[in-house]
Design a protein. Structure first.
Length: 323
């Protein structure tokens, strides 16, 4: 099978992108267009055009081909952004094995009323290889834009003019449960964390977190995990027992719930308790029946409300994807 040659483009950011793509293509064994198309979920024409056309490809097409070839998505996102702005100051290419943007890009909607912070969030998303599908400055626009663009994750400021972030979240999640929301606030208190989880959000993020912390939180939420800041659980005096006629949990059931909220998977819980995974899931079924919460995010909320657990640093706990 003939090796696909690289297109001829002038020296500059676009050339660096082309060279890097050809290098990844050769390192992957120079697969045929059919194979690349099947792996990337695109047409053969699209795969061929990305590899051979001297014009700059669209990001979704390039991302699909890079993913099919096993390339670093974050690295190519940075190269592509630089190639779109050839007259701008040179952009340092991140190392090929950079962990800053490890994993696939996430489609993000940024909702923030402060222009400077909103711009900073958008820049951070670009730097980490995510795709910003839009921005909004108030809750009403956030709802309409979310249902129009269908992002994977929404970075939602809480204190928005008009409709508050948690109220906008409730409306969005009611209309499309597949959209995940990460509430951002200058004061990520226990009360806000509980209110956010009740609204359907998948977590809370403090505005003083570093950029890589935002990236980790977005990727965690996109994977279906719940992100709560360390120490954000409601204090004992406000964490009251739930009252929906729920049955009291037995000690072993409470222990399983605690481990779920602390971020352990079913397999890890089984190892810690020296029981089978099947037994752990049996306990979880009982906990779900007694609490009325079917998803792991709801179980985390129950554990926080009861004061059973305080989140560990890093704050990510798995959702229903782990069973």
């Amino acid at each position: 099978m003939a090796v696909i040659g690289r297109p001829d483009v002038p020296e500059g950011p676009h050339r660096r992108l082309v060279d890097a793509l050809h290098e990844v293509y050769l390192r992957a064994g120079a697969p045929g267009v059919r194979t690349i198309a099947q792996r990337g979920g695109v047409s053969r024409d699209t795969a061929h055009r990305v590899l051979t056309n001297p014009a700059l490809p669209t990001w979704p097409a390039l991302e699909a081909v890079v993913a099919a070839l096993g390339g670093d998505i974050g690295r190519f996102r940075a190269l592509w952004v630089a190639a779109r702005q050839p007259d701008a100051a040179p952009v340092a290419e991140p190392p090929a094995e950079s962990g800053a943007a490890a994993g696939p890009s996430v489609r993000v909607l940024v909702v923030e009323d402060h222009p400077l912070y909103r711009h900073a969030l958008v820049q951070a998303m670009d730097a980490f290889g995510h795709v910003v599908v839009g921005t909004a400055a108030n809750g009403e626009d956030a709802v309409s834009l979310a249902l129009e663009t269908r992002p994977e994750v929404i970075l939602m400021d809480h204190f928005l003019p008009g409709l508050l972030g948690i109220d906008a979240t409730a409306r969005i999640r009611s209309a499309d449960p597949a959209i995940r929301v990460l509430i951002i606030s200058a004061g990520a208190t226990g009360e806000l964390t509980l209110a956010a989880l009740r609204s359907g959000a998948h977590g809370v993020l403090s505005k003083d977190v570093e950029a890589d912390g935002i990236d980790r939180a977005i990727r965690a939420v996109a994977r279906g995990e719940v992100h709560v800041p360390a120490g954000s659980a409601a204090p004992p005096e406000v964490a009251e027992p739930r009252e929906a006629g729920e049955q009291e949990l037995k000690p072993r059931e409470r222990r399983v719930l605690q481990l779920v909220a602390e971020g352990y998977t079913d397999v890890q819980i089984a190892e810690r308790l020296a029981v089978s995974v099947r037994t752990v899931r049996s306990y979880l079924d009982r906990v779900r029946d007694k609490t009325g919460e079917r998803r792991r995010a709801g179980l985390v909320r129950v554990a926080l409300e009861s004061g059973l657990v305080r989140p560990r640093p890093g704050g990510a706990t798995p959702d229903a994807s782990s069973g």
